[in-house]
Design a protein around this ligand. Structure first.
Ligand code: KIV
Length: 299
């Protein structure tokens, strides 16, 4: 008698979760990794339904959801809450919580404590931090504490002021070499993947070749191991100027404005609500109710 195949076992506690080591296998197989940001339960659910592999609960929320000018003001609590919401909606994708500015710069201990909070309280599968430099030591401490950690080099929005604004990075040979070194250092520190943001395609290709762990590009050309885009940018749900690397796959802003406009019109002209949107009452109850209402004076 042939044995029934055993169901696949996953390293993660969530049944059906894409196991983290699988990302490295995908790189080896040349299978592109798909990542998108999400900030709430419907976003997590829809990304999961679309077959996305990884979700980033990004601090881009500070700009695209909460209307700030930059990501700098985003708090750890905000990311914890959004991660809770996203993980209620997303089951298979690996959910990565962004460590906001100020939550890991002070010391390795601060970084570990906050990374652990994102995993324990937020339900994140992994965390992400920005830059090389001191972030290499922070990434090592987080990985040593048993939390999966992702790096992020190139344009690092949390320190855009130091970089001179939201600009592409690695456009000189010297800066490009620095980015390769930062990405290598992050891999050596234990990062399971590295985001490359707004760097020339040649630089992203070189980093992707140099690393054994996957690179996830955003504005880094086609030769990274995966791609990530910001939900509101790609779905046309953000008023600000989207960077040149964004492709708009939908125009939800226009869809929502049109729908709200029709709603406003129908409320004003009385065509909404209709009978199908209204609760009925048994006839005798309605009559008994009518009997008592005349005593209430109407103004
Ligand atoms: O916060 C974010 O959404 C990000 C992506 C741009 C990679 O860090």
């Amino acid at each position: 008698m042939s044995e029934k195949p055993k169901p696949q076992r996953y390293a993660s506690w969530t049944a059906g979760k894409l196991p983290l080591p699988e990302l490295r296998e995908m790189k080896k197989r040349g299978q592109t990794i798909v990542m998108v940001t999400a900030y709430d339960a419907p976003g997590g659910r829809l990304a999961d339904a679309a077959g996305v592999d990884m979700i980033l609960v990004g601090d881009s929320s500070g700009m695209v959801v909460h209307g700030r000018e930059s990501t700098v003001g985003v708090s750890l609590d905000e990311i914890v809450f959004m991660t809770q919401w996203v993980t209620r909606g997303a089951k298979r994708p690996v959910v990565v919580a962004d460590m906001p500015f100020g939550s890991y710069e002070v010391s390795d201990e601060q970084a570990v404590a906050n990374a652990v909070r994102l995993v324990k309280d937020g339900g994140a599968d992994a965390v992400k931090l920005e830059r090389g430099g001191t972030s290499v030591s922070r990434a090592r401490a987080i990985a040593d504490a048993g939390v999966a950690v992702m790096g992020h080099v190139g344009l690092t929005p949390q320190t855009a002021t130091v970089l001179g604004g939201f600009k592409a990075q690695g456009r000189t040979a010297e800066r490009a070499r620095e980015l390769v070194d930062e990405a290598r250092a992050l891999e050596a520190a234990g990062c399971f993947a590295v985001v490359l943001e707004a760097v020339p395609a040649q630089v992203a290709r070189a980093i992707t070749k140099a690393l054994n762990v996957p690179t996830i590009g955003i504005g880094a050309g086609p030769d990274t191991d995966g791609q990530v885009l910001v939900w509101h940018d790609m779905l046309g749900y953000y008023e600000g100027n989207a960077p040149r690397f964004v492709k708009r796959y939908a125009d939800l802003g226009a869809v929502v404005t049109e729908a709200l406009g029709r709603y406003a019109e129908e409320v004003r002209d009385g065509t909404f609500p209709e009978a199908q949107h209204t609760y009925a009452m048994p006839e005798e109850e309605a009559q008994a109710f009518d009997d008592v209402t005349p005593s209430t004076p109407r103004r």
